[in-house]
Write a protein that binds this ligand. Structure first.
Ligand code: PMP
Ligand code: GLN
Length: 398
């Protein structure tokens, strides 16, 4: 018989599962903004409210007693509304019963999908700059991220030849995010064709984070991975109402995937959160009845992008093209040679405008120290944008 174990002190903490991870840059920059009274153009969230009808629908759902657990996969009327929206907008046929799972935002959908689909030793292709949650999700699943840099000289277009060359027998999936945070790059029909040939040849799976699907400018339409039947058969398509309905604090999103993949994702989902808040799902399902709630979004944000661009037109800041998302990259090389993290810190303290240094989105490929850009968020009231612009111009004119 083993002798009894008598603990005299707590057992040592196991080695960190995420040794390279600290506090996210969004939290860091928002704290710095608060500390210095900076206009917060860093963390991506609107500073204006969501539609009052949506708030009322949430309150109505609570008053009607929808306050207990929702079904594990999500409120059925919401999944049905999503299936209908996918079909209408993208020709993406998906079964609301077996192929759509409502999640606690896109972040949880990404984590659940990666944990469900990636086995230890698998390789996962990501594009850098990469959204901050992807590589930690891959690491927790025991996988290895293989990063391909989006080249700013090519307008951050994905290089499919490099993707093809990076695929090995260990490659499980490719993670995509278009419209792309932070570069604003969108996919074209050609990109889908290139990806189709890669998927047809290799059978690789896809996770497509499309949280900015309704924020695409200049008359372009969003090229969803779901719009290709071949890609949809291999893909988990993820989106979030945080961006679309100005409700980042509600944390409601979803993952759409073929039934066999969805079944695995749900196994993880049910033990991460089980289900997502019920009245919020009711409110969103009702709101989706009116398609203008999302179809009007491009014009709304395009006006803000243009206001922002016009405000810096005669300044030393040079704004890069922004095809979608509510972020724009600002090149500050005419003002400073500092690396972007140093510059962003100084901008928050001296200009009192918070921005996100783009180098934080590079973990595997070399941080492009010679590219002097910071990310600015224009999902703000015009008054906030105008004040931010005034401060940026004053800083640049010193
Ligand atoms: N993916 C991308 C590319 C994002 O920018 C964000 C947040 N802005 C998310 C995922 C997370 O979305 P959510 O807040 O719904 O978790
Ligand atoms: N996705 C948002 C951004 O890119 C931030 C989300 C967060 O703070 N986790 O700014």
């Amino acid at each position: 018989m083993n002798p009894p174990i008598r603990a005299t002190s707590p057992r040592r903490l196991a080695p960190s599962k995420l040794p390279a991870v600290g506090t996210t840059i969004f939290t860091v920059m928002s704290a710095l903004a608060a500390q210095h009274g900076a206009v917060n153009l860093g963390q991506g969230f609107p500073d204006f409210d969501c539609d009052p009808r949506l708030q009322q629908a949430f309150a109505d759902a609570m008053a009607a007693g929808h306050n207990q657990y929702a079904p594990m996969a999500g409120y059925l009327a919401l999944r049905e509304a999503l299936a209908s929206k996918q079909r209408t907008l993208y020709g993406h046929a998906c079964d609301p019963h077996t192929e759509i799972t409502v999640t606690a935002g896109a972040t949880q959908a990404i984590m659940a999908a990666v944990l469900a689909l990636v086995a230890p030793g698998d390789e996962v292709i990501v594009f850098e700059p990469v959204y901050d949650s992807y590589i930690p999700s891959i690491t927790l699943a025991g996988g290895r991220a293989v990063a391909i840099a989006l080249d700013h000289q090519r307008g951050f277009a994905p290089d499919w030849d490099r993707v093809r060359a990076a695929i090995t027998p260990r490659t499980r999936l490719i993670m995509l995010n278009f419209p792309h945070n932070p570069t604003g790059r969108c996919l074209r029909a050609d990109d889908l064709r290139a990806l189709e040939s890669i998927v047809a040849e290799t059978g690789v799976l896809l996770i497509s984070d499309e949280v900015y699907e309704h924020i695409v400018f200049d008359g372009q339409s969003h090229c969803s991975i779901g719009s290709s039947a071949l890609l949809a058969r291999h893909a988990v398509v993820i989106s979030s109402f945080g961006k679309t309905f100005h409700t980042t604090g509600w944390k409601i999103g979803y993952a759409i995937a073929p039934a066999a993949l969805s079944a695995e994702i749900r196994k993880v989902h049910q033990f991460m959160v089980f289900s997502v808040n019920t009245p919020g799902q009711h409110a969103i399902a009702a709101h989706l009845d009116d398609p203008t709630t999302y179809l009007d979004l491009p014009a709304f944000y395009e006006a803000k992008r243009d206001l922002f661009r016009a405000g810096l037109a005669d300044s030393p800041f040079r704004l890069l093209p922004c095809e979608g998302t509510y972020f724009v990259l600002a090149d500050y090389s005419a003002l400073s040679d500092e690396p972007d993290d140093v510059f962003a810190r100084r901008l928050a303290i001296e200009a009192r405008v918070a921005a996100i240094p783009v180098s934080v989105f590079y973990e595997c490929t070399p941080r492009p120290r010679d590219v002097r850009v910071v990310r600015l968020c224009f999902a703000k009231r015009d008054a906030t944008l105008n004040e931010g612009l005034r401060r940026l111009r004053a800083f640049a004119a010193r």
